[in-house]
Design a protein around this ligand. Structure first.
Ligand code: IMP
Ligand code: MG
Length: 177
């Protein structure tokens, strides 16, 4: 098993890059079919989703926009539940279909907070896409429209996801040993 050490912790490979790309291909195909006739703006949640958003967006073939916003909820390897406000939403999302792009939905607290704030901008619809989903950790009722892969409740890094800021550059996804 391919292993990496990040700061003080050992991780082993759990989702190789080829599998990530297959997942993204499937998600993009579904989105292209579902969203073709709509006015769509993708909304990547920074920092974690930047690789997912970039690879996914290359496979989207409908007329649409993309923008990014920033929140933060994680310190170390467990959710702090302390979600900050949205930073950086300058585009007009009124009357548009907003597709939130998350790297991972864990407790769902971040997502819940983002959606509550986005509703104030009066989009016509809010959809949610996440590369990864931890069903055992999820505490909310919000429907997730596009789920790349369900994973166990373990801490992971790579492909945009970090451990204390490091490990985002890894091409594959790794699980804490
Ligand atoms: P939630 O609010 O608990 O759903 O957590 C959402 C955010 O926490 C995600 O967007 C990630 O940035 C981060 N996060 C959740 N699980 C992990 C993980 O296993 N590794 C790294 N970051 C994570
Ligand atoms: Mg995130």
């Amino acid at each position: 098993m391919k292993r990496v050490k990040i700061i003080d912790k050992e991780f082993e490979i759990s989702i190789p890059s080829s599998e990530i790309q297959n997942i993204i291909f499937r998600l993009a195909d579904k989105m292209n079919n579902d969203l073709r006739a709509k006015k769509v703006i993708f909304l990547g949640i920074l920092n974690g989703s930047f690789m997912f958003a970039g690879d996914l967006f290359k496979k989207i073939d409908i007329d649409c926009q993309i923008t990014f916003l920033k929140v933060a909820s994680y310190v170390g390897t467990s959710s702090s539940g302390n979600v900050k406000r949205l930073i950086g939403l300058n585009e007009d999302i009124k009357d548009q279909v907003v597709v939130i792009l998350e790297d991972i939905v864990d407790t769902g607290i971040t997502l819940d907070n983002i959606i509550k704030q986005l509703k104030g901008y009066e989009p016509s619809e809010i959809r949610v896409a996440t590369l990864l989903f931890k069903p055992e950790a999820y505490q909310k009722e919000i429907k997730i429209d596009y789920i790349g892969k369900e994973i166990p409740n373990d801490f992971i890094v790579g492909y945009g996801l970090d451990y204390n800021g490091f490990g985002r550059n890894l091409e594959d996804i790794y699980t804490l040993v």
